[in-house]
Design a protein around this ligand. Structure first.
Ligand code: FEO
Length: 402
């Protein structure tokens, strides 16, 4: 009696991955809903294992495999991505399975060797190359920087399954294997959150991939990523491809994000007044105080926003550490097409606003309206200026969108 069983997803493909209900941090990204590490088994004449799972979940994967086949009967392993959430137990899997051949992209081979320092032979697959493993007709598609230099997709033509490793994935622990069995609001949020936190910085590669995929004439019936549920309904496949296009292009809407931290509520009062000024124009505004907002949710909100305002008190001649941290994170992910401004409060020196402005400029945010820097506690006239800044931002954003 095994606790873990494989789940059939198409005529010949089984999901043999693992569910990580407790994951809450993925290299700095708060995975509030856990994740899955998806591995897949193609049960053709010569069975193929696509990817493995994080090291700690090796036994779960092997139990799922054993529920349909003795692992030693697997003939091939394809490693689509060398990051350790997919390759962490590859060496153990190779030892247990003893496959005839292991495949990865050329860069994947280097990355696997550099990670695990093992010397098992691995065969390089060339992008666009069609190859047969038993009766499985496969095509490898290199997807550099989506998410790492080694990344690739593998298409299994027999059942129309695109194994897309990190591509089109999301961090969502669920027993419902298909996207259409899950809450659509959660799917939409988590897919966007994943793109914003993992792939936004590589958007030029996403655009290239999306432009090249149709030329391959793949009859895609399933997109099976390495995290989260599988896309199978044509409308869902269309949705995620369109969303990726939109996110890669950094399309923005009539929406502003205000991030702030506060010492004695002065900067908080300013943020609230700016938000009122924005909202009176009908613009959506998300106010994200640092004491209740994680950087990974903040960048998710920025993904489709057209304006970004950041507020901080000055402390020890600097911006608040929480603001410095979120700026560092946002800057690394390179959101584009934003207008914005800095604001804050201070006691005697007041450097934070200028420091934030410098960072915004570095991020190519188009500074709009005047920065606001208030000594100690804002008066009504100061709050009126904040409201006016919000109004200016909303007006300028509407102009950009018209
Ligand atoms: Fe899911 Fe880039 O690893």
């Amino acid at each position: 009696m095994t606790a873990f069983k494989a789940r059939k997803i198409s005529d010949n493909v089984y999901w043999v991955g693992a569910i990580d209900w407790s994951l809450r941090d993925f290299h700095g990204y708060r995975t509030s809903r856990g994740s899955t590490y998806n591995a897949y088994l193609i049960m053709g004449k010569e069975p193929v294992l696509i990817d493995t799972v994080k090291a700690a979940f090796f036994n779960e994967m092997m139990e799922r495999i054993r529920s349909v086949i003795e692992p030693e009967k697997i003939q091939y392993i394809i490693s689509n991505h060398a990051e350790m959430d997919h390759s962490g137990c590859l060496e153990r899997a190779i030892e247990a399975i003893q496959p005839k051949e292991v495949f990865a992209s050329k860069m994947g081979i280097s990355a696997l060797r550099e990670h695990f320092h093992f010397d098992q032979p691995i065969t390089a697959i060339t992008s666009g190359e069609e190859f047969m493993l038993g009766d499985a007709k496969l095509t490898a598609i290199e997807t550099r920087m989506l998410h790492w230099p080694d990344s690739m997709f593998t298409f299994y033509a027999n059942d129309g399954v695109l194994f897309s490793q990190d591509g089109f994935g999301m961090h969502l622990a669920t027993t419902k294997l298909f996207v259409d069995e899950n809450d659509p609001d959660i799917i939409h949020y988590e897919a966007g959150k994943y793109y914003a936190n993992i792939l936004l910085v590589y958007s030029s590669f996403t655009k290239r991939l999306l432009a090249s995929l149709p030329k391959l004439n793949l009859d895609i019936k399933y997109i099976a990523p390495d995290h989260g549920p599988i896309w199978r309904r044509p409308e869902d496949i269309r949705f995620i491809l369109e969303k990726w296009q939109e996110w890669a292009e950094q399309r923005y809407y009539n929406k502003a994000v205000i991030i702030y931290d506060t010492m004695w509520n002065s900067t908080a009062a300013m943020a609230n007044s700016i938000a009122e000024g924005i909202a009176e124009h009908g613009t959506t505004v998300k106010v994200m105080p640092m004491n209740g907002s994680h950087r990974s949710d903040i960048i998710t909100e920025i993904l489709d926003a057209g304006a970004l305002l950041i507020g901080s008190p000055t402390v020890n001649n600097q911006m608040f550490p929480s603001i410095a941290e979120v700026l560092c994170y946002i800057k690394g992910l390179k959101p584009l097409n934003l207008i914005g401004q800095a604001f804050g409060s201070y006691g005697w020196s007041g450097e934070a606003v200028k420091l934030i402005q410098d960072e915004l400029q570095h991020m190519q945010v188009e500074l709009t309206g005047e920065p606001i820097n208030i000594k100690y506690v804002p008066e009504n006239s100061d709050l009126a200026k904040c409201r006016e800044l919000g109004s200016t931002i909303a007006t300028e954003l509407a102009k950009k969108l018209s």
